[in-house]
Design a protein around this ligand. Structure first.
Ligand code: ADP
Length: 193
């Protein structure tokens, strides 16, 4: 199974992706996680990406497309994958399309988590508080001001990815404001079609 989860930062993509990975024995390819790992390891990609990520901006298409190209080619991705946080621009969506076409691979679904953006800042504040209470590191970009920059980047560059897939008849949507279990049920119903 190969699927894409779309939606603004804080929509719940990561939560749903983690569950789908268990259920379908596929790998989660989160460009955010991969970039944070590159930053932590101090690789050349990480060094380039760090400042942009901390400020809530988007890392260059060239970098993230390269990361995804390499990752999809690895053996564990052959059984299927779920993309979370990629594609974030139309250029990334086009690059992915030609990558998959070249391998004769099809996407099973592209699912948009639809959320009310005014509720997202609260969600992110809660996520930061919970991480802190659990003794986990708080992401630098989970700060309310930086989060607003991330939402702006989403609305400016990423919102156009949804119509890209709608135009190809590949897009489904789930109400991401519902409780986690109901969002999960909505996704499962789409995947069962
Ligand atoms: P979110 O919680 O917003 O879904 P992620 O963990 O996916 O955040 O990403 C964190 C940061 O990593 C983004 O704000 C951006 O700087 C960078 N990033 C992740 N994926 C991409 C991408 N596909 N294109 C550009 N930048 C990306």
């Amino acid at each position: 199974m190969r699927l894409i989860l779309l939606g603004p930062p804080g929509a719940g993509k990561g939560t749903q992706a983690a569950r789908l990975v268990e259920k379908h024995a596929i790998v989660q390819l989160s460009t955010g996680d991969m970039l944070r790992a590159a930053v932590a390891a101090g690789t050349p990609v990480g060094l380039k990406a760090k400042a942009v990520m901390d400020a809530g901006g988007l890392v260059s298409d060239e970098i993230v497309i390269g990361i995804i190209r390499d990752r999809i080619a690895q053996a564990d991705a052959a059984k299927g994958f779920i993309l979370d946080g990629f594609p974030r621009t139309v250029a990334q969506a086009e690059a992915l399309e030609s990558l998959l076409d070249g391998e004769n691979l099809k996407l099973n679904a592209v699912i948009e988590l639809k959320v009310d953006q005014s509720a997202l800042v609260q969600r992110i504040v809660k996520r930061a508080q919970e991480a802190k209470a659990a003794g986990q590191p708080v992401r630098k970009d989970d700060d309310p001001e930086i989060f607003k920059t991330r939402l702006e980047a989403y609305n400016r560059d990423t919102a156009a990815v949804t119509p890209f897939y709608a135009a190809r008849g590949q897009l489904s949507a789930v109400d991401g404001m519902q409780p986690i279990a109901e969002v999960a049920a909505g996704i499962d119903a789409i995947l069962a079609r």
